[in-house]
Design a protein around this ligand. Structure first.
Ligand SMILES: [Fe+2]
Length: 268
């Protein structure tokens, strides 16, 4: 039964529904201030160390669009990027923007953010003593690993679609399907470039140990990246991957994911 206050409330605006409201903004509660002024000299030094080490490690082992994104977004400037300054370049380019979060965001909120071209970035950075151990994605993983590719128009469109697919999969109680597609593309995907195997995913781009491993280890499987294969391929979040999915090119990854509809995802 409606209470008195509810009965007196004005009618909702045309087109409003509780589910629409939830789909649009329920993730707001996870957004925090980046607190950039609170980062210490040591925090910025850790960023600089990680950045220099990873750029040297990756060399040309990563798709060239990633390196273009680093340049475009001026991520090579010293110190942890300030999200407002980053957004001032990123948002006019592809419509993506970053927001700060305090830790891992639940899958439903994460995918909902992606549908609005919003990418959550941890408001913390690992300690020097734990350069290669992370309990939750920090701002180095999020900013260095993910954001360069969001400056690329086609990839930017693909990640928004990933958000729509993830939201639909969760609503159907099948979130694991899209989690796998996401994992084998956005996080740990490989792609060929001029016939050479390259890193594509953010989890590999930002990893000191797994970047080379993914490309060079003889102890792993490398299988073609197809949506149907990705949906059926489990992943590890606590160890290096036993198998990687490889697409023929960055464009192939984008086309494969964009061609996937929520209905097809649930039927695979
Ligand atoms: Fe990530």
């Amino acid at each position: 039964m409606l209470d008195e206050q509810t009965q007196k409330a004005p009618p909702p605006p045309f087109g409003w529904s509780p589910s629409a409201l939830r789909a649009e903004r329920f993730w707001d509660s996870y957004v925090v201030d980046q607190g950039w002024d609170s980062f210490t000299t040591e925090d910025h030094a850790v960023w600089d160390l990680l950045f220099a080490r990873q750029v040297e490690l990756l060399g040309s082992r990563i798709v060239s669009e990633f390196l273009d994104g680093i340049d475009l977004l001026r991520l090579d400037h010293p110190g942890i990027p300030e999200l407002g300054e980053l957004n001032a370049i990123l948002e006019p380019r592809t419509g993506w923007r970053t927001v700060a979060v305090a830790g891992l965001v639940p899958d439903d909120a994460f995918f909902a953010m992606l549908t609005e071209r919003v990418f959550p970035v941890g408001n913390f950075i690992r300690r020097r003593a734990q350069l290669d151990y992370l309990e939750a994605p920090d701002c180095f993983h999020d900013l260095f690993g993910h954001i360069p590719m969001l400056a690329h128009h086609a990839f930017a469109e693909m990640v928004e679609h990933v958000g729509r697919l993830g939201t639909a999969a969760i609503a159907a109680g099948e979130g694991h399907r899209m989690a796998r597609v996401y994992w084998h593309s956005v996080e740990f995907g490989l792609a060929k470039e001029n016939g050479e195997l390259k890193i594509l995913g953010a989890g590999l781009a930002s990893s000191f140990g797994e970047a080379h491993f993914s490309l060079e280890s003889d102890a792993v499987e490398r299988l073609p990246f197809l949506a149907g294969k990705a949906v059926k391929t489990p992943y590890r979040h606590d160890a290096f991957q036993p198998r990687y999915l490889v697409s023929e090119s960055l464009d192939s990854t984008v086309a494969e994911v964009l061609a996937l509809s929520p209905e097809e995802l649930l039927a695979l």
